[in-house]
Design a protein around this ligand. Structure first.
Ligand SMILES: [Mn+2]
Length: 304
């Protein structure tokens, strides 16, 4: 695992249905993310915040809200993430809403193409984020990044990473899914996305789920984790714009993160949708930072 990490703040809620994820990066800094990672022997560089267009808060046009601004933010994120990877550093994107997963992962995919690496993407989320402008009930682009990465989306967005589609759906494992729109569900089935929904986790357990989601990786695999904080049960993580009951508990989420850490393959990370305006005394930020710490090797187990 890379020992050098870079924090990249993307303070925007441009793709979301509620304002406030723009305050996410600072809330994670206030929850001490940088020093905590340093405590695990990592060299941490905080690159500060990207500066992009403000949120005009307009209704959708052709099924997209704020498409121009979403493109601008994703281009900024793409360039920042790509730069860190080129420098041999691990980017940690601090969202910001999840529409930015497109910029981040398209940069990771570009890096993997050039470095001859295989890519595995774990998408931890309550939602599949596989909407299109025709399927979406809201026009909020934070519900579309996975579809865009797989080539279903507006030209100016899907071309950001330099190749369309940016990724193959076979590289993705979605975990924690429990809210999918009807049309979106059909498209998810059509492209054959590998989804471990909450029913699967209930029936088979988080351990078995993660064993499958992390299977068939090797020394040449770049593992990217896109962590939407609404993945977590709202009991432990109320500070998100789209709470969906019935998510992983604190222990299940810890096991998920610890099993990712055990692979030693984590090479890039997004932490998205944290919304301090809806949080309670920064509790959700602290849980997110706690789980990130587990991703980097904090273990509750007495293992050597
Ligand atoms: Mn999401």
């Amino acid at each position: 695992m890379l020992k050098k990490v870079s924090l990249i703040g993307a303070p925007t809620d441009i793709g979301a249905g509620a304002r406030g994820a723009s305050m996410g990066p600072e809330a994670m800094r206030v929850a001490n993310l940088g020093p905590i990672l340093q405590g695990h022997g990592l060299e941490v560089l905080d690159r500060g915040n990207l500066i992009g267009p403000s949120n005009p808060w307009l209704p959708p046009t052709n099924g997209y809200r704020h498409l121009d601004e979403v493109v601008a933010w994703n281009q900024l994120v793409h360039d920042a993430v790509y730069t860190e990877l080129s420098d041999g550093r691990m980017p940690i994107l601090l969202g910001g809403d999840h529409c930015l997963g497109l910029g981040s992962i398209s940069a990771v995919a570009r890096h993997c193409r050039e470095a001859g690496k295989k890519l595995r993407i774990l998408w931890l989320d309550a939602h599949a984020d596989f909407n299109t402008n025709e399927l979406t009930p809201s026009g909020n682009i934070h519900g579309m990044p996975v579809a865009c990465l797989c080539g279903h989306g507006p030209k100016e967005l899907i071309e950001i990473g330099g190749q369309v589609p940016a990724i193959n759906p076979k590289w993705v494992r979605q975990i924690g899914i429990r809210s999918v729109d009807p049309g979106e569900k059909k498209l998810v089935h059509e492209v054959g996305l590998e989804v471990y929904d909450m029913r699967y986790i209930d029936e088979m357990g988080m351990r078995h789920t993660m064993e499958l989601a992390l299977a068939t990786m090797d020394v040449n695999t770049h593992l990217h984790v896109s962590f939407d904080v609404d993945f977590l049960d709202p009991d432990i993580a109320p500070g998100v714009g789209t709470t969906i009951p019935g998510g992983p508990t604190y222990r299940e989420a810890q096991l998920c993160m610890e099993m990712i850490a055990d692979t030693g393959r984590l090479a890039s990370l997004d932490v998205m949708e944290l919304n301090p305006a809806l949080d309670v005394r920064n509790k959700t930020a602290m849980v997110a930072v706690d789980l990130i710490e587990s991703l980097f090797g904090k273990s509750t187990l007495m293992r050597k």
